[in-house]
Write a protein that binds this ligand. Sequence first.
Ligand code: GRF
Length: 203
Amino acid sequence: KRTVVLISGRGSNMTALIAAAADPTYPAEIVGVISDRANAAGLGIAQSRGIATKVIQRADYASKDAHDDAIDAALTGFGAEIVALAGYMRILGRGLVEKWQGRMVNIHPALLPAFKGLDTHARAIRAGVRIHGCSVHFVTPEMDDGPVIAQAAVPVMVGDNEDTLAARVLKVEHRIYPLALGLVAEGKARMEKGHTVFAHFAD
Ligand code: GRF
C-alpha cells in the first residue's frame, strides 16, 4: 500500500518505517514524506533514502482549512492509500481526518488512553506510574483518541528523568510502528464503528 508519512522534526519513527518498507515482502511502501516544518531533520533522511519530500507550512496558507487542503492535495498527488503521522506536531482538521479515517494512523508516546497530548514522559513520571509506553492508533478528529492498533510497555525505572524514559519508549516505538502499519496495510487491522477489528489468525 502506498504510504505517505507526515513529520515535523527528527523523523526517527519515519526512518523505522522506511527501514521496514525496504523489505520487499513488507505490505507498505513509503512513497512520500510531508513536513510542516522546512527545517525538520527527517526531510534530509528521507531524501537520502530516495524518497520524495514536500514542505507544507502553515504560515504559507491563509487559514487552517487552506493548509489542510494543501496537505490533502499532496497526499492525493503522491497517490497515498495510507497516511502515517510520525511526530507530526499539528492537529489536522476534522474534514481531512474524516476523509482519511481508517487509512490514517499515528504513534503516541504513552499507553492510551492515558496521557493524551504533550509532555507524556514528564507527566508519567509525575503521576508515579511504574509502566509507560507507546501506542499506534487510527486517527479520529479528537486528538490521541482513536482506536488502538498496537501498544508496547516499558518500565519506569527509579531515577528516570523525562529523557531517559523517552529514550526507552522511543526504542519500542520503532518496533511497534512498522508492525502496526504492516497490519493496516495488509488489512489485518481495520477500523470499524470506532473500534479496531483484527483479522482472525486463520486468514
Ligand atoms: C515520538 O516520540 C512520537 O511518538 C511523538 O513524537 C516523537 C517523534 O519522534 N509523537 P520522531 O520524529 O519520530 O523521531
